[in-house]
Ligand binder design. Structure first.
Ligand code: UDX
Ligand code: UDX
Length: 469
């Protein structure tokens, strides 16, 4: 059992802290968000992660997990300190390491000389030298060892991915330190790869950007299938049986999103440029992804004939099913584009509520509370009391309230000319589609996740468009 500090209590840090406590370590998890810490201290989690709430509550009760304000409080007296603070995309698309640097400067004075600083946040290859430089600027911290231990957690299955990983990667220049770090994972059955820091960091980027490449590839194949009258579902089945390809990450959709793939792809392209290498392949992957958002918008426009003033129902706002995370969600990218073309959006997502409007509106525009209309008025009347096609001179009145979060998937469809499915929540499969058709002005659906059954929907009178089908 070791004393472990975890800096950052987000999807990655919280999962890491809870799972290490579950493995028998004594874990102190720090954050800067006082409100978040207060909720975590009583086992109330702001994120949707299977098994994580129960694990946090169990480890809090066992006294193996605690939450503190500030990185220094978690690093003090800790033998191992995991860095799980954000590494967001900087304006030049590189990875912003300012949070990493701030956390390092805060903990350097309190680290034990025998401590090991373990970078779990995704950082470009070579960042560990930056970490060492910052740490070793502080007297007393020059002996602190640095290791890279990238995470391969998928949101929605993070606990399972932590305890049942395909592999554990440890980057460290000192083999003895690598052995100490690997001891933290005692009880986890997985191949252990010990390498240098830069290679460990590259493994993370290469893995994530390969996944992005696989997704853009299958989206491109799906688009070609549409032109060549092939069915991408059959194609992915035929491809997946090849063990060198596999079935995973071959589901075409609206494009990839989330807090990792888009930013990691951009960061590796940028790292390539800085190293004098033009990563044209990855630029292509990113371009295909952006084009996929536009392609879904085009499908909606085709189904509705025009978008200006037209009601569009949206099912799914999160970046994928199984999470409540709206960061870099393809659904929001597509909703923004539909709004830019004058559409009126009523959206439903089982994991989010009215807060989705905040994620949608660009930071510089704040909608005064009073003007954000409530979704539905409870009397079964759609929130869009106006006629279907809003005349242009009314445009100014609806400028701020053309996006609503509906209380249920049916209310979102009331009076809509098109329904677009953007997140693959399983619940959507089993809804009453004759009822949906009766609520809509015209039963047309753009199924951007190939989630629904085209034949069943066509029997209900829907004009059905999928992706690659
Ligand atoms: C983050 C990065 O986004 C990802 O690239 C990296 O691999 C791991 O850390 P995630 O856990 O999803 O992933 O981020 P997020 O959910 O935003 O959590 C970050 C947490 O760190 C937040 O709770 C934030 O309050 C906290 N934080 C941020 C600190 O504790 N200190 C800081 O200086 C900044
Ligand atoms: C990803 C990596 O999978 C994980 O290993 C890494 O640690 C963090 O980034 P995550 O961002 O949680 O995990 O989501 P993931 O399941 O990879 O999906 C990313 C995006 O790709 C989502 O928008 C998802 O909808 C999309 N996707 C995924 C597809 O469009 N098709 C697929 O077949 C798979």
């Amino acid at each position: 059992m070791s004393r472990v500090g975890v800096i950052g209590a987000g999807y990655v840090g919280l999962t890491t802290a809870a799972c290490l406590a579950h493995l028998g370590h004594d874990v102190v998890c720090a954050d800067v968000d006082v409100e978040k810490l207060a909720r975590l201290a009583v086992g109330d989690l702001p994120i949707l992660e299977q098994d994580l709430p129960e694990m946090v509550q169990t480890e809090l009760a066992r006294g193996r997990l605690s939450f503190v304000l500030g990185a220094a409080a978690a690093a003090r007296d800790s033998e191992f300190v995991f860095l799980c603070v954000p590494t967001p995309q900087a304006p030049d698309a590189s990875a912003d390491l300012s949070y990493v640097e701030a956390a390092l400067r805060e903990i350097a004075p309190v680290l034990q000389p025998t401590s090991v600083l373990i970078a779990k946040s995704t950082m470009p290859p070579g960042s560990s030298r930056f970490v060492q430089r910052v740490l070793h600027e502080h007297p007393g911290a020059e002996c602190v060892a640095v290791a890279s231990n990238p995470e391969f957690l998928r949101e929605g299955s993070a606990v399972n991915d932590f305890l049942n990983p395909d592999r554990i990667v440890i980057g460290c220049d000192d083999p003895a330190v690598a052995v100490r770090v690997s001891s933290l994972y005692k009880g986890v059955q997985a191949p252990l790869l010990v390498t240098d820091c830069a290679s460990a960091e590259m493994i993370k980027y290469a893995s994530n950007t390969f996944l992005a490449t696989k997704i853009s590839f299958i989206n491109a194949i799906a688009n070609l299938c549409e032109s060549l009258d092939a069915d991408v579902r059959a194609v992915t089945l035929g491809m997946g049986y090849d063990h060198r390809i596999g079935f995973d990450f071959l589901a075409p959709g609206p494009g990839y999103g989330g807090s990792c793939l888009p930013k990691d792809t951009a960061a590796l392209i940028r790292a390539g440029e800085a190293a004098g290498y033009d990563f044209s392949l990855l630029r292509g992957v990113s371009d295909v992804n952006d084009a996929q958002f536009a392609r879904i918008v085009e499908k909606v426009r085709t189904a509705a004939v025009r978008l200006d003033g037209v009601r569009v129902a949206v099912w799914g706002l999160t970046f994928k099913a199984g999470t409540n995370d709206l960061r870099d969600s393809p659904a929001l990218q597509i909703v923004r584009r539909l709004l830019d073309e004058g559409a009126l959006i009523a959206a439903y997502d089982p994991a989010t509520g009215p807060e989705a409007a905040d994620a949608l509106v660009p930071r510089e525009i704040v909608i005064p509370e009073a003007e954000v209309a409530l979704a539905g008025d409870g009397r079964g009347r759609s929130m869009f009391a106006a006629p279907d096609l809003i005349s242009i001179d009314d445009q100014s009145e609806i400028a701020v309230d053309r996006f609503f979060v509906a209380p249920d998937p049916y209310e979102a469809c009331r009076g809509a000319s098109v329904l677009v499915v953007l997140t693959e929540w399983d619940d959507f499969r089993w809804l009453d589609f004759p009822k949906v058709a009766s609520l809509m002005r015209s039963p047309a659906v753009v199924d951007a996740r190939n989630l629904l059954d085209p034949a069943a929907l066509r029997r209900c009178g829907f004009a059905y468009q999928g992706v690659g089908r």
